[in-house]
Ligand binder design. Structure first.
Ligand SMILES: *[C@@H]1O[C@H](CO)[C@@H](O)[C@H](O)[C@H]1NC(C)=O
Ligand SMILES: *[C@@H]1O[C@H](CO)[C@@H](O)[C@H](O)[C@H]1NC(C)=O
Ligand SMILES: *[C@@H]1O[C@H](CO)[C@@H](O)[C@H](O)[C@H]1NC(C)=O
Ligand SMILES: *[C@@H]1O[C@H](CO)[C@@H](O)[C@H](O)[C@H]1NC(C)=O
Ligand SMILES: *[C@@H]1O[C@H](CO)[C@@H](O)[C@H](O)[C@H]1NC(C)=O
Ligand SMILES: *[C@@H]1O[C@H](CO)[C@@H](O)[C@H](O)[C@H]1NC(C)=O
Ligand SMILES: *[C@@H]1O[C@H](CO)[C@@H](O)[C@H](O)[C@H]1NC(C)=O
Ligand SMILES: *[C@@H]1O[C@H](CO)[C@@H](O)[C@H](O)[C@H]1NC(C)=O
Ligand SMILES: *[C@@H]1O[C@H](CO)[C@@H](O)[C@H](O)[C@H]1NC(C)=O
Ligand SMILES: *[C@@H]1O[C@H](CO)[C@@H](O)[C@H](O)[C@H]1NC(C)=O
Length: 540
């Protein structure tokens, strides 16, 4: 792979110098480990070698040195991290990738594309091993306060810190720039790092951030309880969610001036659920809603506000229904443990028998007070990060049916309220992007352009080993390159362009591209084929 042929606009990804694979041995790294840390392995991988990961196997990557380290973080906890160091194409940049949900797993699926750019890449297991199918459950957290702290912030910070030392030891050269890319829990980790360790990264790309842990994680349960018990007259079925999605699209698609099935602002629609009301006693109730079910629909799209007008959490946006099933449909045999119960039960009350029916405002108050693991990223004064020259890019899909888009909007506005009165222009160091039609971190509804090459995205395209935006490896289309241009060249991103490949298969070509604007600007239709970038302009 000749990276010089893939030069990305103004972004220089050219390798500085190759290093000998023979340096990839334990002897290179062990002298640089802190006393808490031990080397698990340091092994060179050539293009014909297969790295066997927990979820996928990786082959045909640029040659790299795979390092794995175990760090004891307390008497009762430890975290692990993977560090992949390019052998022929290191460009002196270092990037950390974040995690998802409560999952404990090194994010090899992002480290692999990172190698093609020429990054030294690092990712932690957050202090425990658990699989993606266990993203919403956290048995590891029960009775394990130190492991919660690893998940909350310690594993990422410690891995990044030690990973930098090992990187510089391997190349005998300094890292020029340090970056971060993560989505969901990874978005939270990015904001947490900005707040707690502003020196860790020069640039942070944080998506669909699960930042408000003490509220979000309880809201996850709240929204599931709206639809329980399953035999209640207000319970709506998975089939009805599809009917709801169709009706939302029918009422809301045109609000933005173009009926392209993409709702550009999911909070701008004046949706009227009563259009779904059954109109006779004999109506087919899989395609219409009873009065009690309409009440459930109202709850789903309403913010959670508690005693004394305390705002707890925003609602889903219209257009995010595709992912609702996983949030609000509880299997009959799981009615004692609906989605979302993990956090209050295993982190906050630390009581395996805590019944979900006890969820109320005191749960929020206790969660705020304890904030297990100090995971919540709610320190809105980002001046330390700004003052050290850091740049933050934040994005969220408008069709996110796992973490409401409004929680990112709320975060941005809290930072604005903290800093604008001090005369600070957020655009100077913090820019926020909403991606219409994008689901949680990846994929989209109705073929909306969504792909910006951020964390968790390349692995949801085919074929395997996609990196950056094939055909558009530049700072307009690739959010990581946009961040690099901002940090290294002072070129702030005025917009991004999201891409939709036909069937999410790069080999089938581009189906549509659309501008993604810097909040609060929105992409407004100005005429022409809506699949074309030029048919939209960013306007306030
Ligand atoms: C990889 O395998 C191919 C096909 O078997 C072979 O031609 C090539 O020399 C191998 N490369 C290395 C670095 O071993
Ligand atoms: C990865 O390779 C291992 C060993 O060859 C094999 O057992 C495993 O099934 C492979 N995993 C995947 C996801 O292909
Ligand atoms: C890391 O250390 C912990 C605690 O000593 C141990 O339980 C775990 O198995 C180690 N992990 C690896 C991959 O060596
Ligand atoms: C090393 O372990 C000690 C005590 O177990 C702990 O205080 C310290 O924070 C650990 N260091 C790292 C880098 O985790
Ligand atoms: C965690 O998973 C990694 C594979 O990703 C494995 O190498 C490691 O041994 C596991 N750690 C423990 C403690 O099981
Ligand atoms: C729902 O199920 C519970 C427990 O099986 C039962 O006690 C209750 O009567 C049922 N309610 C309705 C409306 O069928
Ligand atoms: C109700 O509507 C569903 C979905 O269109 C259909 O599959 C089902 O056959 C209908 N039931 C009746 C009794 O008509
Ligand atoms: C609501 O406000 C009243 C009056 O300030 C206060 O006494 C009460 O404790 C508050 N309730 C909660 C749940 O915070
Ligand atoms: C918890 O995290 C916040 C940043 O989100 C930080 O400001 C605070 O110092 C941390 N508290 C502790 C006790 O570590
Ligand atoms: C946009 O692309 C889709 C998929 O190719 C196509 O069905 C649709 O007609 C296109 N829209 C316009 C306005 O050409």
């Amino acid at each position: 792979m000749r990276l010089s042929l893939l030069l990305a606009g103004a972004i220089n990804l050219v390798a500085t110098q190759a290093i000998s694979a023979s340096r990839c041995t334990p002897e290179t790294f062990t002298p640089h480990l802190s006393s808490n840390a031990s080397l698990v392995y340091a092994v060179p991988y050539g293009p014909n070698d297969t790295f066997v990961g927990p979820l996928s196997n990786y082959t045909d990557l640029p040659e790299y040195c795979a390092v794995y380290v175990n760090v004891s973080s307390s008497a009762t906890s430890s975290y692990e991290f993977g560090l992949w160091l390019p052998i022929n194409n290191w460009n002196k940049r270092y990037i950390a990738y974040g995690n998802g949900g409560f999952t404990g797993m090194v994010q090899f699926s992002d480290m692999a594309p990172g190698l093609f750019y020429g990054f030294a890449t690092v990712s932690t297991n957050t202090g425990h091993n658990s699989s993606v199918t266990e993203a919403g459950v956290a048995p590891w957290a029960l009775n394990n306060p130190e492991t919660r702290t690893d998940w909350g912030w310690r594993a990422l910070h410690g891995s990044v810190d030690l990973g930098k030392d090992l990187t510089e030891a391997f190349y005998s050269e300094d890292i020029s720039y340090s970056y971060y890319s993560g989505c969901s829990t990874g978005g939270r980790q990015g904001l947490k790092s900005v707040q707690m360790f502003p020196d860790d990264f020069d640039g942070v790309l944080a998506g669909a951030c699960a930042w408000w842990t003490s509220h979000l994680q309880n809201w996850d349960l709240k929204v599931a309880t709206y639809n329980l018990p399953n035999n209640g007259s207000h319970h709506i079925t998975a089939d009805q969610i599809d009917v709801l999605a169709d009706e939302v699209l029918r009422q809301c698609d045109g609000v933005d001036g173009v009926e392209d099935k993409i709702i550009m602002n999911g909070y701008a629609c004046n949706f009227r659920p009563e259009a779904l009301l059954c109109d006779s006693p004999n109506a087919n109730t899989s395609t219409c809603f009873t009065a009690d079910q309409i009440d459930t629909v109202y709850k789903i799209y309403s913010p959670w506000v508690e005693t004394n007008d305390s705002f707890v959490f925003p609602s889903f946006a219209y257009g995010s229904e595709t992912q609702f099933s996983g949030m609000i449909i509880t299997a009959d045999e799981d009615e004692d443990a609906p989605s979302g119960i993990a956090y209050p039960r295993d982190f906050v009350y630390n009581d395996a028998n805590w019944p979900w029916q006890n969820l109320d405002f005191s749960t929020i108050q206790l969660s705020d007070q304890l904030d297990p693991g100090n995971a919540t990223a709610d320190d809105f004064d980002l001046r330390p990060f700004q003052n050290r020259g850091g740049k933050l890019m934040h994005y969220h899909g408008f069709a996110d049916g796992e973490i409401p888009t409004g929680s990112s909007i709320y975060f941005y506005n809290q930072v604005l309220k903290a800093l604008a009165p001090l005369g600070i222009q957020l655009d100077d160091f913090y820019r926020f992007f909403l991606i219409p039609g994008m689901e949680h971190c990846q994929d989209s509804v109705h073929d909306a352009p969504w792909y910006i090459a951020s964390a968790m995205q390349p692995s949801s395209l085919t074929p395997s080993n996609v990196w950056s935006v094939p055909g558009f490896r530049d700072r307009k289309h690739d959010a990581v390159l946009a961040l690099i241009a901002w940090v290294e060249e002072g070129i702030a991103p005025e917009e991004l362009i999201a891409t939709k490949f036909v069937d999410d298969d790069v080999s089938e070509g581009v189906q549509a591209q659309r501008r993604i604007c810097v909040y609060p600007a929105e992409a407004k239709y100005v005429g022409g084929n809506w699949n074309e970038t030029s048919s939209f302009e960013c306007k306030y």
